[in-house]
Design a protein around this ligand. Structure first.
Ligand SMILES: [Zn+2]
Length: 206
């Protein structure tokens, strides 16, 4: 975050990034997103985001608030606490945004259409009831989706949807299939710099 600030970038939530995504505004901005709603977003990331005056979007799983990433359990992935309703409200009170990530972290490819619609709409309603602000952005769990889910997200009124496709967003991009730049625990600062300012990520399709 410090490096972004030094380079003159503003970190923004998906809502704040919207005018830049649609081409209405131009500037050095980076959309910051977090998947799943982990408690460490509140305890570790929020103080840093606040320090630099950045906003971000955290995609939460509405039926798993206060639990752990149980959907990863079968794969042997470590269990990490997720924010509960009160903590999610603290996230929003800290100037950050909540996005939707389905009710149960389902793979849309493994659900029938009715279930997909329910997972996408109910998640939004449940999260809006928790944080008392509009939830207008969605993220496909596991990055898994088919063309019909893109149409669904659009018809259900989501402003943007993020994927796990790698790359920087270019002007005129499909707002319901936005690529992202992954930043992991293993991402070193020089590589992070490459990812932000060069075509490093744009050459990677998945
Ligand atoms: Zn996820």
């Amino acid at each position: 975050m410090c490096l972004l600030k030094l380079m003159g970038y503003q970190g923004l939530s998906m809502s704040a990034a919207m005018p830049y995504l649609t081409g209405e505004k131009q500037g050095k901005v980076v959309g910051i997103t977090f998947d799943d709603g982990y408690l460490n977003n509140l305890t570790n990331a929020l103080p840093v985001l606040v320090r630099f005056g950045f906003s971000s979007t955290c995609y939460a799983v509405s039926q798993r608030l206060g639990q752990t990433n149980v959907w990863d359990q079968a794969q042997g992935i470590a269990q990490t606490p997720l924010m509960n309703a009160e903590q999610l409200s603290q996230w929003v009170a800290g100037g950050q945004e909540v996005g939707a990530h389905t009710r149960h972290h389902v793979s849309l490819l493994q659900c029938d259409n009715d279930t997909c619609v329910e997972e996408m709409t109910q998640c939004r309603a449940e999260l809006e009831a928790v944080v008392n602000t509009p939830v207008s952005h969605f993220c496909y769990p596991y990055g898994q989706y088919a063309p019909e889910h893109v149409i669904m997200a659009k018809q259900l009124g989501y402003g943007t949807v993020t994927t796990t496709q790698r790359g920087r967003v270019v002007s005129g991009a499909d707002l319901w299939q936005l690529p992202r730049v992954p930043v992991l625990r293993s991402t070193t600062l020089p590589v992070f710099w490459l990812k932000v300012v060069t075509r490093y990520e744009d050459r990677r399709s998945q």
